[in-house]
Write a protein that binds this ligand. Structure first.
Ligand SMILES: C[S@@+](CC[C@H](N)C(=O)[O-])C[C@H]1O[C@@H](n2cnc3c(N)ncnc32)[C@H](O)[C@@H]1O
Length: 262
């Protein structure tokens, strides 16, 4: 999409390009724009290398594109908005078109909650802001133990589940810790103009990934090992002030009236 203007507005989604910046608004909330995507890229990086990857949330396609660039063999992206998937299939933006046209990609319209099955090297969830700040109320279940357990069960033994959050969430760490072998935190620090935001990525591994202690008298390992949690990295990005877009807070997702999409 080389021209500014509205691309789609339907199905709770607005996708538009203005002043060379592509914006995505979901359910009336500013979701993201193309000026600052380091956390979307870091989400993919936290999973790579990976052969088969399941992604919840297409968005502007940055995470999926990064997986492809990183050598993924197959990427299935489950996206709630049929309009957004159609926009990708007709290459409404260059990035979305590129993702949709790649033979390694399967785009599925649906709720990721209904599409977790099979055996994946990685499952990436970037469908909402995190448990404390939901765009879609029905996504609350995606941050709870029952769904996270299902995700972990759909991973290969060395697989990874990575969840994007607008900020650190002790609640999500607790839920992951209850069901995973290990939980790591990656903080992605982003500057937008004068403001700095710390987004959090949580990477969890299934219990089957942890080898039992090599002792003849060691007790049988429990089904779910304790999950050590560690902050492992802090990539950062400094970007220029948001071009023409009201400063909307973390990842441009803020419900304060001054930041609502125009
Ligand atoms: C922030 S965007 C994803 C950004 C993406 N990582 C990227 O690189 O552009 C979130 C996307 O998740 C979608 N979504 C929201 N809830 C969903 C759900 N339950 N299942 C699948 N997709 C969902 C939204 O429509 C939106 O396209």
């Amino acid at each position: 999409m080389g021209h500014d203007g509205r691309v789609i507005e339907a199905d709770g989604i607005v996708l538009r390009t203005r002043d060379g910046v592509t914006e995505l608004i979901v359910n009336g909330v500013f979701a993201m724009d193309s000026t600052e995507v380091s956390s979307e890229l870091a989400l993919a990086d936290a999973a790579l290398p990976a052969g088969r990857v399941l992604v919840g949330g297409l968005g502007l396609g940055y995470t999926a594109a990064r997986l492809l660039d990183g050598g993924a063999d197959f990427v299935r992206v489950v996206e709630l908005s049929a309009e957004l998937v159609e926009a990708a299939e007709r290459a409404a933006t260059e990035q979305l078109g590129r993702v949709a046209a790649d033979p390694r990609v399967e785009l599925v319209v649906g709720d990721i909650a209904d599409h977790v099955a099979g055996s994946w090297d990685a499952i990436l969830l970037d469908v909402d802001n995190g448990p404390t700040f939901l765009i879609h109320d029905h996504n609350a279940r995606l941050y709870r133990e029952e769904f996270l357990r299902r995700c972990l069960a759909a991973l290969t033994p060395s697989g990874r589940l990575v969840v994007w959050c607008e900020q650190e969430s002790p609640e999500l760490v607790a839920a992951l810790t209850a069901v995973a072998a290990t939980v790591e935190t990656v903080i992605v620090t982003v500057r937008r103009g004068e403001r700095t935001f710390d987004y959090a990525l949580y990477r969890a591994r299934p219990a089957s990934a942890v080898s039992p202690a090599p002792s003849a008298v060691s007790p049988a390992p429990s089904a779910v090992s304790p999950a050590p949690s560690a902050v492992i990295a802090a990539p950062s990005a400094v970007i220029p002030a948001n071009a023409g877009i009201p400063d909307a807070g973390p990842r441009s997702r803020s419900r304060d009236p001054g930041s609502s999409p125009g």
